[in-house]
Write a protein that binds this ligand. Structure first.
Ligand code: ADP
Ligand code: MG
Length: 256
């Protein structure tokens, strides 16, 4: 039997900003359908790790494999960069990111925002993309907002538009960086609901979150980062109900 390789595998990753090492040798493996929540204190390296995964940040050491295919590097250490720009584009479009601050284009309508990357970056057929974009906007519950601009939407609606935009790339996995933390509490829930639906569909997702209830509810695996290292990881039941690390216990207490 041939095994399907993981969608994303990180092995021994190190990343520094100048002299400051913020990821100090991290392994993460996401198989198809896995929902991995990255938790940890502010500054522990969660965003950096996520951004290294889809090559928004360079890393200095370690391997990143997308569906078994290793990222090709040029140079080493501080001068290491991805060697193949086509490979970078393929990986970025397949590991589509949703940011805390939505990052929608303010001068484009919601529909145009969702269509932009598939049409201009991926070169897909405009009419087909439009159909998909409308489908995904419906799916996240804002199918009636196609022709308005981001500023005319609530934060929760903007974040749902950003999720539709990520889905319209038809990626292998979705990466979320604190998708609900810029939202008022009453708007958080509508975004959480969309993410829960995606988890139930079996989408592969890596989610940086401070929302322990959501993490416990939807994750197949929890990774607790502390100062750039994995301090504890496992299935939610184990990590939350049978916590081993004193640091994780302290962190969980602080989130309640
Ligand atoms: P988290 O998302 O867990 O809060 P980050 O990944 O944002 O943590 O940051 C990890 C560490 O890296 C922090 O010490 C932060 O100050 C530092 N850092 C993050 N981004 C940069 C950057 N662009 N330049 C320099 N240092 C950075
Ligand atoms: Mg962060």
């Amino acid at each position: 039997m041939t095994e399907t390789p993981p969608v994303l595998e990180i092995r021994g990753l190190h990343k520094s900003y100048g002299d400051l090492e913020v990821i100090k040798g991290v392994d993460v493996c996401a198989n198809r359908g896995d929902v991995i929540s990255l938790i940890g204190s502010s500054g522990s390296g969660k965003s950096t790790l996520l951004r290294c995964c889809n090559l928004l940040e360079d890393s200095q050491q370690g391997e990143i494999l997308f569906k078994g295919e290793p990222i090709k590097w040029a140079g080493s250490g501080a001068s290491r960069r991805p060697a193949d720009s086509k490979q970078v584009t393929r990986i970025r479009t397949n590991l589509s990111m949703v940011f805390q601050q939505f990052n929608l284009w303010s001068h484009m309508t919601i529909l145009e925002n969702v269509m932009e990357a598939p049409v201009t970056v991926m070169g897909r057929d405009r009419a087909e993309v439009e159909e998909k974009a409308r489908h995904y906007l419906d799916k996240v519950g804002i199918g009636d907002k196609c022709d308005v601009y981001p500023a005319q939407l609530s934060g929760g609606q903007q974040q749902r538009a950003a999720i539709a935009r990520a889905l319209c790339m038809e990626p292998e996995a979705l990466l979320f960086d604190e998708p609900t933390s810029a939202l008022d509490p009453e708007l958080e829930q509508e975004v959480i609901k969309v993410i829960q639906d995606l988890a139930r569909e079996g989408r592969t997702m890596l989610i940086v979150t401070h929302d322990m209830d959501m993490a416990a509810d939807i994750s197949t695996h929890i990774v607790f980062l502390h100062q750039g290292l994995i301090e504890e990881e496992g299935i939610p039941d184990q990590v939350f109900a049978n916590t081993q690390s004193e640091r994780l216990r302290g962190f969980l207490k602080s989130t309640r």
